[in-house]
Design a binder for this molecule. Structure first.
Ligand code: FAD
Ligand code: A2P
Length: 351
């Protein structure tokens, strides 16, 4: 195992490489380890501290750009599994990469960059694409040595030629063989971080691969056991997909729901199977409208955080539903939403 001093030296080298300098050192909050059957090795980066301090997540505690595009980390694909079942639409894969040979670490809600192999039409190396991290900081194997993604292969018919076109990076990832090298940058992102408060209400609204960060949150809340984070609040996931076989991580989500009925609510919007009362496609915003009065009550609580991830197109509809509920109480939703955003309680990552 790497010695703490060797890691410190590496971190200092990375800081220098990034053109920055170390101006102060803060003792971080307690870094918990998941409690698992086999004791995991010591936390790789953040030293433990005896008592947990109740304070907001400090900027310094959030790993950012440990690896930059000019000098990416080269990881290995450990597994690549299909998530869409028979009868579903398209190709969505759950990919896990080994990080054990480097310094990359991350927390729930962050993204990493992937640089596809090969060159673009101008013969230049491809640019990186961002992907939300779908695993907790401890990784799917609970050993702090992997990161997982949930990737949909982009495919469409060219508007002029009608030819089938595949997205460069998403195809590269979805076709990746275990054992292949992959260039990774980051992590990035401070928008979608989970509150430390184990009693928080966490409302998640996602379409398709927008489930990725929510998988990380839910696994942290319910599947892993931590000394200093025992979730006792309410998590409510609204999840929009095309067909039932497109419900990503369905079995595990439903298992969590049956195990934690008081703490986890799961509401699907299955656009090509379900219809709204007025006969339209069931989109996530229709589910929000159905539950808008209750959501309005919840978002007013100081420890409620709302997260939106996935298709950009859903945002307007969500606002409409919330606007109608707030309006019943004489409140202007867009103004209220501004205060929520300012208080870092309304989090959006759409693409
Ligand atoms: P490219 O080869 O880059 O092609 C994309 C281009 O194709 C578009 O710019 C557009 O010009 C064109 N195009 C796309 N659709 C059509 C169409 N219907 N008709 C005509 N032209 C079209 N993706 C995931 O799968 N999972 C994630 O978790 C995820 N997280 C993300 C997080 C963030 C913060 C961001 C910004 C994006 C995320 N994405 C995620 C999207 C991802 O970054 C890529 O954009 C996506 O995989 C497509 O990249 P590509 O290289 O395959 O496509
Ligand atoms: P549909 O494709 O039936 O129009 P995926 O990324 O796996 O394809 O899932 C995206 C889900 O989001 C699908 O159910 C899709 O429905 C739905 N969707 C598409 N456009 C919007 C939109 N503007 N607002 C909300 N949901 C949408």
């Amino acid at each position: 195992m790497e010695k703490p001093f060797d890691r410190l030296k590496k971190d200092l080298r990375n800081i220098a490489k990034a053109g920055a300098e170390l101006v102060s050192v803060d003792v971080p909050e307690v870094e918990e380890k998941p409690i698992i059957a086999e004791p995991a090795p010591e936390a790789p980066v953040t030293p433990a501290q005896p008592a947990a301090k109740k304070k907001a997540k400090k900027k310094d505690d959030i790993p950012i750009n440990i690896y930059r595009p000019k000098d990416p980390f080269v990881g290995k694909c450990v597994s690549n599994e299909g998530l869409v079942r028979e009868g579903g639409q398209g190709k969505v894969q759950h990919l896990t990469f080994d990080l054990s040979e480097g310094d990359l670490r991350y927390i729930e809600g962050q993204s990493i960059g992937v640089i596809p192999a090969g060159t673009d039409d101008n013969g230049k190396p491809h640019k990186l694409r961002l992907y939300s991290i779908a695993s907790t900081r401890h990784g799917d194997h609970l050993d702090d040595k992997t990161v997982s993604l949930c990737v949909r292969q982009l495919e469409y018919d060219h508007p002029e030629t009608g030819e089938r076109v595949y997205g460069v990076c998403s195809k590269y990832l979805c076709d990746m063989q275990p054992g292949s090298d992959v260039k990774i940058t980051g992590p990035v992102g401070k928008e979608m971080l989970l509150p430390d408060d184990p009693n928080a209400t966490v409302i998640m609204m996602g379409t398709g691969t927008g489930i990725a960060p929510f998988r990380a949150y839910l696994w942290r809340m319910f599947k892993e056991k931590h000394e200093n984070y025992k979730f006792k609040g309410l998590a409510w996931l609204f999840f929009g997909v095309a067909y039932t076989p497109n419900i990503l991580y369905k079995e595990e989500l439903e298992k969590l729901q049956s195990e934690f009925p008081d703490n986890f609510r799961l509401t699907y919007a299955i656009s090509r199977e379900q219809k709204t009362a007025d006969g339209n496609k069931m989109y996530i915003q229709s589910r929000i409208a159905e539950h808008a009065d209750q959501l309005w009550e919840l978002v007013q609580k100081e420890n409620t955080h709302t997260y939106i991830c996935g298709l950009k197109g859903m945002e307007g509809g969500i606002d409409e539903g919330m606007s109608a509920a707030a309006g019943k109480h004489g409140v202007d939703w867009s103004e209220y939403q501004r205060t929520l955003k300012k208080a870092h309680r309304w989090h959006v990552e759409t693409y």
